[in-house]
Design a protein around this ligand. Sequence first.
Ligand SMILES: [Zn+2]
Length: 184
Amino acid sequence: MITKKNIIIDPHNTLRKRAEEVSTPISEDDKKILKQLLEYVIASQDDELCEKYDLKPGIGLAAPQINVAKRMIAVHIPDEENPENTVSYSLYNPKIMSHSTTKCYLESGEGCLSVDKEIKGYVPRYSKIKVVGFNENDEKITLNLKGLPAICFQHEIDHLNGILFYDHINKENPFDVPEDYEKL
Ligand SMILES: [Zn+2]
């Protein structure tokens, strides 16, 4: 099981590398990593499990964050009121196929399991994205995302390209974003 000890912290070379494509069909080892990534994010949202296994809560995790430079991510965003809207995926070779021209940002800013220091500022993201990736059974998954899930996938896919959320923050004016950006 992945715990806090397995998650590497910025600065670290692996967090700044472009991760390698995963070959199809997926190997047993890679399949195991996909499962562990999703298992971690789900468990990290449970207070009891968090304490028991020393997990840091998160909604997404990418393989480079556990020092595996391969294109794999997991995202778990439950929607308790509308369970059918829960977004819970573990994918390899995820790719943003298209995106809206409109942009958005989280008013609270973003955080990252691999960034220990608090970095304040707005992170501009596309409001809507279409993601294609493959699950542990090599099935092609197409997702049309908006809101928090769209932001989270962009954050995780950035990890596969060696990009961290604070790279997107305006250095001179961290809270300065164009007026037409949607606030979430
Ligand atoms: Zn992150």
